[in-house]
Design a protein around this ligand. Structure first.
Ligand SMILES: *Cc1c(COP(=O)(O)O)cnc(C)c1O
Length: 386
């Protein structure tokens, strides 16, 4: 039986819903801000795609963070939350004219560009408006983060960024454009990274590249954006409820060789919002199969797709049973065999009507929900609303 949740209040609420612990979110934001703040030239942009719930975005904005967006809709969501355009960066391989035009009109800080045709489109749209677009080139550093292959982004085979061999040519092209100002380099190697070695490797690549650009072109750029990717402990959401931001930022401070005046930008998503969110669901039925017992819950893969999409692990707790453990598969109601939250998991003996919490679901949970099987999108409840 867990006491960190207002379980009695949950009984009155229709499930499934996302529950957000606002206190924990605020503490996480304070910690990230304080640790980044120890290094005067570090700036954090929250990766909106992890969770764009407007109420959470407002809390994140209050903490003074900028926003990292991957669509025009996210730029709009960040601005609706009151985040200043001057703190918004926009990445993504497929920015449409409409999204670029909207972001130019809004006056965002920087486009992280991923191809020549893209920067040509930005140049044309900026010229039409008589403005100059600030851009950073997203470089593909060809390093693999030690994480699931579907969330690795920094390998040469991935669709993201510009490869080393093409970089010189791309800089030549960009520097000739009248309405484009090259202000930085951008990197993002992947997500759910827990070993600092991957970030140290990235720093090494950035250092080499900076030296090379200085030597061969006399080029230094004012902004280095190292992306996001700091992981969280899905196995121990209470013990490690706040990620080790001190270690994370000091790793960059120690390993990145900066040139005078350079500013460093971070794009953190998961590490900010994952641990404050849980998907709360009820057991609809307990089904005894021939060799398995299933807890069939009222949440499905459409509410939280990570287990089906990435074989992701989430702790699952029964909030209303303190009986001895049984062995269960926890599954949803969707007509897909992959609609499984966990297999062969020890969970206190569960009855129909019990309330379960699927933990560490604040990032890439509600944001990835969809309506398959004519299901309603999951609702969200903040701790401050109860
Ligand atoms: C998704 C994404 C992030 C955030 O990644 P997290 O692992 O959630 O920190 C940062 N930058 C870019 C470009 C992204 O696509």
């Amino acid at each position: 039986m867990r006491t960190i949740f207002p379980t009695e209040k949950f009984r009155e609420i229709e499930t499934p819903f996302y529950y957000y612990d606002v206190d924990l979110l605020r503490k996480t934001l304070d910690e990230a801000r304080d640790e980044a703040g120890k290094h005067g030239n570090f700036h954090v942009h929250y990766a909106v795609k992890a969770n764009f719930n407007p109420k959470l975005l407002e809390i994140i904005k209050e903490a003074g963070m900028g926003a990292d967006c991957v669509s025009g809709g996210e730029v709009r969501a960040a601005m609706n939350a009151g985040i200043e355009p001057g703190k918004i960066v926009f990445a993504g391989v497929g920015k449409t004219d409409k999204e670029i035009a909207f972001s130019l009109d809004a006056g965002i800080f920087c486009f992280n560009i991923e191809s020549v045709p893209e920067v040509e489109a930005i140049e044309r749209l900026a010229a039409e408006r008589g403005v100059t677009a600030r851009v950073a080139i997203r470089v593909n550093p060809n390093i693999g983060a030690h994480t699931h292959s579907n969330i690795t982004t920094g390998l040469a085979e991935n669709k993201f960024g510009i490869n080393y061999e093409q970089l010189d040519e791309v800089i030549d092209i960009v520097e000739k454009m009248e309405h484009i100002k090259l202000i930085g380099l951008h990197f993002h190697i992947g997500s759910q990274i827990l070993v600092m070695d991957d970030f140290i490797a990235l720093c090494g690549r950035i250092n080499e590249l900076q030296e090379l650009l200085l030597e061969t072109r006399g080029l230094t750029l004012p902004h280095i954006n190292v992306g996001g990717g700091l992981g969280i402990r899905y196995d121990a959401p209470d013990k490690y409820n706040i990620p080790d931001f001190e270690l994370y930022f000091s790793t960059y401070a120690k390993n990145l060789k900066l040139q005078p005046g350079q500013q460093v930008h971070f794009e953190l998503g998961r590490s900010i919002v994952a641990q404050c969110g849980s998907l709360i669901t009820r057991a609809t039925y307990i089904k005894h199969g021939t060799c398995k017992q299933f807890i069939i819950v009222d949440a499905g893969m459409n509410d939280l797709v990570r287990p089906a999409l990435y074989e992701a692990y989430h702790r699952i707790e029964n909030l209303t049973s303190d009986k001895a453990d049984g062995m269960y598969d926890v599954v949803g109601p969707i007509c897909e065999s992959s609609d499984v939250f966990c297999k062969d998991r020890r969970i206190p003996e569960t009855e129909r009507g019990d309330i379960l919490a699927i933990r560490s679901a604040g990032a890439y949970g509600e944001a990835m929900a969809f309506g398959y099987n004519c299901r309603e999108l999951p609702k969200a409840v903040l701790s401050t609303e109860l």
